[in-house]
Write a protein that binds this ligand. Structure first.
Ligand SMILES: Cc1cc2nc3c(=O)[nH]c(=O)nc-3n(C[C@H](O)[C@H](O)[C@H](O)COP(=O)(O)OP(=O)(O)OC[C@H]3O[C@@H](n4cnc5c(N)ncnc54)[C@H](O)[C@@H]3O)c2cc1C
Length: 443
């Protein structure tokens, strides 16, 4: 067993990698432990042609300031492209663009008054400065009341239901406020996908003397009598001066054997859906009106979103492939997670003809299926009361995960912002003698 007084960072997604990078820049030696064999967590990519494509559809909003700043800091700013793609909704078999005040005014399934009212309420949510005005309400009840019954039934409820299934009536309006408030019509995407950012972070971590151990699963965490934290994985056991776990809070607490029961009762909480994504490489464009993001707001489809990535980025970047994501969030024990990939693709293909009558199965060149647990926290009204403090009763075990970014929806920007904050605190509060965060170390 090694005895070096390092900081252990569990998880090599956005939160873990940025935390490790910041801690190293503050002079603390860091080891990152990740069960996957690639960096990037939910935002990791995979090779397509001679570039990378995200396993799950990703983009940035103009409001994602911390992510944009990090990309610049890593010298990748020139690769980040800002685009204005179309976002649409599928309603009664037709696709309607719905991503700007003008498109709301043109949304013919609603009466003119209903469109005006919906537009006014969206404008109000955009300017409302804080989630605190919405905290006691569910999104379902609030939207029905203020947007009006029809706009809610046509636009909002189907999307809530598509994302959260039977849990949709419980979702907090504070979360919905943040989604509407934070989003912009301009979207940013880096050439080569977000994997480029995570690979660059990995290089920087190595350059600063950090260690990244991939393909290693954390199986146990415990406090030693001297306050150090022992982490057991499927391959090693190591004692750390401090540990930051970026795993979902519930998972970290389940792995930690020496926590007070009271803490566990309050914070071993927080449910999430898993993400399931089929990616198709097609001969031709699927959504011919150029829609990048299509919310499937009607029953009868086996997926909730169709994201035609090459209606955002040029197909030429991917050797001419037309790339389409068909996405779902589902309970982690849902049978779809166990269904063979080929069967899922075969089941999905007939539905594409409903989106484009010319579609033929022989357009399909390649397909991939990606699955991930803990991909979408179920943000109910009780959620905020169960967000664990970053510093646990084990004084050298820290928690920060996507369960801490409330009221914001998960997003790389919020993981990066949280990493910046928590790493600064950890460095400032490092046990005496462990920190080399002395003069000259940079944040
Ligand atoms: C379908 C989908 C679409 C999305 N769209 C966007 C978008 O458009 N824009 C955007 O910014 N964000 C988007 N997100 C959210 C974004 O991916 C996440 O917010 C962000 O990647 C979270 O980073 P993280 O480091 O907090 O968590 P994660 O990426 O989940 O990182 C946690 C890491 O811990 C590892 N881990 C778990 N258990 C163990 C263990 N026992 N031992 C070792 N390692 C372990 C995991 O493998 C993972 O790498 C999307 C997510 C999904 C699923």
């Amino acid at each position: 067993m090694q005895e070096k007084p390092r900081v252990g960072v569990l998880g090599a997604g956005a939160l873990g990698l940025v935390s490790a990078y910041r801690l190293l820049r503050r002079g603390l030696p860091v080891t990152v432990i990740e069960r996957e064999t690639v960096l990037g967590g939910l935002a990791a990519g995979f090779p397509v042609g001679d570039t990378y494509l995200d396993r799950f559809y990703h983009h940035l909003f103009r409001s994602d300031r911390q992510a944009i700043a990090l990309i610049d800091e890593l010298g990748l700013g020139a690769n980040l492209h800002w685009l204005r793609p179309k976002t649409s909704i599928l309603h009664s078999g037709r696709t309607y663009q719905l991503d700007s005040p003008l498109s709301v005014l043109r949304f013919s399934p609603l009466s003119l008054w209903e469109r005006l009212r919906m537009g006014m309420v969206i404008a109000l949510l955009k300017v409302a400065p804080s989630e605190k005005y919405f905290e006691g309400a569910t999104a379902d009840a609030w939207l029905a009341r203020y947007m009006g019954r029809r706009p809610h039934e046509v636009v909002w409820r189907p999307q809530l239901r598509a994302k959260f299934g039977e849990r949709y009536p419980e979702i907090s309006m504070a979360w919905m406020w943040a989604r509407i408030h934070d989003r912009t019509t301009q979207l940013g995407y880096p050439s080569g996908g977000f994997q480029t950012m995570y690979d660059r972070l990995g290089q920087e971590i190595a350059r600063l003397g950090g260690e990244i151990r991939l393909g290693e699963t954390v199986a146990g965490i415990e406090e030693e009598p001297d306050g150090r934290i022992r982490v057991r994985t499927n391959r090693h056991e190591q004692r750390f001066a401090q540990v930051l776990s970026t795993l979902p809070t519930r998972v970290t607490l389940q792995l930690t054997s020496t926590l007070p029961e009271e803490f566990r009762r309050s914070y071993e909480w927080g449910e999430a859906y898993g993400a399931h994504c089929v990616i198709l490489s097609l001969e031709r464009q699927l959504l011919r009106d150029g829609t990048y993001w299509l919310s499937v707001a009607e029953p009868g489809y086996p997926f909730m979103a169709v994201v035609e990535h090459t209606n955002l980025m040029p197909a030429g970047d991917y050797g001419g492939r037309r790339l389409v994501y068909l996405g779902n969030y589902l309970p982690m024990n849902h049978p779809l997670f166990r269904t063979p990939d080929e069967q899922i693709v075969a089941d999905y293909l007939p539905h594409l003809k409903r989106l484009n009558p010319d579609f033929a199965p022989d357009w399909l060149r390649e397909s991939w299926v990606f699955k991930a647990p803990y991909a979408q926290p179920i943000v109910t009204r009780e959620f905020a009361a169960h967000i664990a403090p970053h510093r646990t009763p084990l004084r050298n075990l820290w928690l920060a995960s996507m369960f801490h970014v409330y009221p914001h929806d998960r997003g790389q920007n919020y993981s990066i912002a949280l990493a910046n904050k928590v790493a600064a605190r950890m460095a400032a509060e490092a046990p005496a003698g462990e920190s080399r965060a002395a003069a000259g170390a940079t944040p």
